[in-house]
Ligand binder design. Structure first.
Ligand code: CA
Length: 228
């Protein structure tokens, strides 16, 4: 008899500054079997989308810090290709168009029933699964599975600490670009901790010892980039 696989609960990021709506959406999604996390600020949402592994996001357009369309643009430009359902009070065609142009997958105009969000998310996740999702990033001999958050080098698992993994994941997401120490610090350390610019170099050194020194290049005075 085939052993039944325990289904992994899908992680959904809810970006909504209306705290009551965010809480009720979170409750409905939890009830529907998802793991829901919420953010009420556009800049924080950019950070979370680029550093955490979500399966999908529900994104409000009117947000403090940075508007939803800009959040989505940042995500798409920085390798975050999860399905995104936009929520908005606005029903204007121009807003809808801007959302889709920035890479939205679906759109819901407020007011809506929370159950409608669940139905739409399920449809988006099904579509994403059918097209294989974007769950594995590849750079030369290096592979990063964004779901399990594990790296493989030439097919062999790489043993990294949580911080090393976050740095390397960030470099993978930004492959081709030079990433500054400050950017790495911002994306790697907990938001409550003050980044220490020396330790970025120390961590990069440790990662190089594990994956090979030539895979991460130093651009003097600029930062680091994947060389492949
Ligand atoms: Ca709002």
């Amino acid at each position: 008899m085939e052993k039944q696989k325990r289904a992994r609960r899908m992680r959904i990021l809810i970006v909504e500054d209306d705290a009551l709506l965010a809480a009720s959406l979170g409750a409905v999604l939890d009830e529907a079997g998802f793991v829901a996390e919420t953010s009420g600020d556009g800049n924080e949402a950019v950070f979370l989308g680029e550093t955490e592994s979500y399966d999908a996001a529900v994104l409000d357009l009117g947000l403090p810090g940075l508007d939803g369309v800009s959040v989505l643009r940042h995500w798409r430009e920085n390798g975050c290709h999860i399905p995104v359902l936009i929520l908005t009070a606005r029903a204007r065609w121009s807003d809808k168009l801007a959302g889709f142009q920035a890479g939205a997958d679906d759109y819901l105009v407020k007011p809506f029933l929370p159950e409608e969000v669940v139905l739409r998310l399920r449809a988006l996740l099904r579509r994403d699964k059918q097209r294989g999702g974007d769950t594995v990033l590849t750079a030369g001999p290096l592979e990063y599975d964004t779901v399990s958050q594990r790296f493989r080098l030439r097919g062999q698992a790489v043993d990294l600490t949580a911080q090393e993994q976050r740095i390397l994941a960030y470099l993978m997401h930004r492959r081709g670009a030079t990433v500054t120490r400050a950017e790495i610090g911002e994306h790697v350390y907990s938001r409550d901790l003050e980044p220490d610019s020396n330790s970025v170099d120390v961590l990069i050194g440790r990662i190089r010892r594990k994956i090979g020194a030539d895979l991460i290049g130093t651009r003097r005075g600029l930062g680091f980039r994947l060389t492949i």
